[in-house]
Design a protein around this ligand. Structure first.
Ligand code: ATP
Ligand code: MG
Length: 364
C-alpha cells in the first residue's frame, strides 16, 4: 500500500444504498482522487444506530450494500481503503477524549443536527448518542489525519466542528500557538491537521419529492424516500422519474421559477446529469413557454439517468454474485484503517500524557 501520498477520509452512513446525490456530491470526487491520494472510505455503521438501533439486520445489510456500491461505482480496492467503523476501536477512544474539548451547546448549535432532527421527525426523542455522533464524526475524520475531506454541503457544519476540535487539541496538548493560521498547525507540532472540506460538483442534489414545510426542496437522502439509487433497475428509474414532483404552478404560469432547479427537481436533474446542454437550453425555453410538457422532459431524463447508471448496475450485479469478495475487501481495508487509527491514537495519548502501555490490534 502507498504510504507517502496525502490522505483523504470520507464516507457514508449505512442507512440504505448509495444514490445519485452521493454520486455527484462525493463519489465522483473519490473516483477522481483515488490515484493521487491515499483514500480511506468509512462505512459509519455506528452512526446508523442513531436512528435505527432497532434495525440491526438492516444496518448489517446496508454495510454490504454500500461496499458493493463503492466497488460497482469504480472504487478500486487496490488503491483505496474501505472499512467498517465499528471495527476500528481507536475512533471510539478518540471520541471520548474529543467530547471533552467541545461544549455541549456548541454541538447542539450544529445546523445539520437541527435539520436532521426536523427532516427525520426526531422531535425531542432522539437518543443521547444522536448529538454524540457529531463528536464521533470528528474522530472518524481525525483518526486518519487527512489532508482533504470530500463531502456534500450538509456536512460542512460537521467539518467546522472537526476543525475546532483539532485546533483545541493541538493548542492544549501539542503547545500550538492559538494565533497561528490553520495551515501552520501541523508544522508547529500539532498532531491534527485543520482539515479542508472538498465539495463535489453538486453541493446538494435535491430529492424527487415536493418541497418541505419551509417551501424548499429537500435534499436527496437515503432516509427520506426521495432517492434514485445507483442500484435501481431501468424500470424503477423510469417509474421514479415519471412520478417525480415538478413545479405545479408552472401550469398556471404564475411562477417565474418554473424551470428554476431550486423549485423544480426536473430541471435540477437535467442540469446536473444531462451533458447535452444544447438540448437542455432549447427545452428549458420550450417548457417555459408551455410548448413541451413534463412527460417529454421526464422521458429524456430517464434515458440520461439510465445511461449513467447502467454500467454501475452491471458491475454491481457481478459483485452481488461474489459476496465473499466484498467481505474480504472490507476485512483488508479495516486492517489497514486500524493501522493508521491506532498510530494516531497512540500519538494522541502520548500528547495527552496518557500513554501507559503500548498495545497491538489485529483483525482476523
Ligand atoms: P441519511 O439520510 O441516512 O443521512 P444521506 O443520504 O444523507 O443519508 P449520508 O451517508 O449522510 O447520506 O452522506 C454521505 C455523503 O454523501 C456526505 O458527504 C453527504 O454530504 C453526501 N450527500 C448525501 N446526500 C447528498 C445530496 N443529496 N447531494 C450532495 N451530496 C450528498
Ligand atoms: Mg445524511
Amino acid at each position: 500500500m502507498t504510504t507517502d501520498k496525502p490522505r483523504i477520509l470520507t464516507g457514508d452512513t449505512p442507512t440504505g444504498k448509495l444514490h445519485l446525490g452521493h454520486y455527484v456530491g462525493s463519489v465522483e470526487n473519490r473516483l477522481a482522487l483515488q490515484d493521487q491520494y491515499d483514500c480511506y472510505f468509512i462505512i459509519a455503521n455506528k452512526h446508523a444506530f442513531t436512528t435505527r438501533a432497532d434495525k440491526p439486520d438492516d444496518i448489517r445489510q446496508s454495510v454490504i450494500d454500500i461496499a458493493t456500491d463503492y466497488l460497482a461505482a469504480g472504487i478500486d480496492p487496490a488503491k483505496s481503503t474501505m472499512f467498517i467503523q465499528s471495527e476500528v476501536p481507536a475512533i471510539d477512544e478518540l471520541t471520548f477524549f474529543f467530547s471533552m474539548l467541545i461544549p455541549f451547546n456548541r454541538v447542539m448549535r450544529n445546523p445539520t443536527l437541527a435539520q436532521e432532527i426536523k427532516d427525520k421527525d426526531l422531535g425531542d426523542k432522539y437518543p443521547f448518542g444522536f448529538p454524540l455522533y457529531a463528536v464521533g464524526q470528528c474522530a472518524d475524520i481525525l483518526a486518519f489525519r487527512p489532508q482533504l475531506v470530500p463531502v456534500g454541503e450538509d456536512q460542512l457544519p460537521h467539518l467546522e466542528l472537526t476543525r475546532e476540535v483539532a485546533r483545541r487539541f493541538d493548542q492544549l496538548y501539542c503547545g500550538v500557538d492559538p494565533h497561528l493560521e490553520d495551515k501552520d498547525y501541523v508544522k508547529a507540532g500539532g498532531l491534527f491537521p485543520i482539515i479542508e472540506p472538498k465539495l463535489g460538483r453538486v453541493k446538494r442534489l435535491v430529492g424527487l419529492g415536493a418541497p418541505g414545510a419551509d417551501g424548499n426542496l429537500l435534499k436527496m437522502s437515503k432516509s427520506l424516500n426521495n432517492a434514485i439509487f445507483l442500484s435501481d433497475d431501468a424500470d424503477t428509474v423510469q417509474k421514479k422519474v415519471m412520478g417525480m414532483y415538478t413545479d405545479p404552478k408552472r401550469i398556471h404560469k404564475t411562477d417565474p421559477g418554473e424551470t428554476d432547479p431550486a423549485k423544480n427537481p426536473l430541471w435540477a436533474f437535467h442540469e446536473t446529469f444531462n451533458t447535452d446542454t444544447a438540448w437542455v437550453d432549447e427545452h428549458r425555453d420550450l417548457y417555459k413557454n408551455g410548448k413541451v410538457g413534463d412527460v417529454a422532459v421526464k422521458r429524456k431524463l430517464v434515458d440520461v439517468l439510465n445511461a449513467l447508471i447502467e454500467p454501475i448496475r452491471t458491475r454491481r450485479k457481478e459483485f452481488e454474485q461474489r459476496p465473499d469478495e466484498v467481505i474480504e475487501v472490507l476485512r483488508a481495508g479495516t486492517a489497514r484503517a486500524n493501522a493508521v487509527a491506532e498510530e494516531t491514537l497512540a500519538l494522541a495519548k502520548k500528547a495527552m500524557k496518557q500513554d501507559y502501555f503500548p498495545r497491538e490490534l489485529k483483525i482476523r
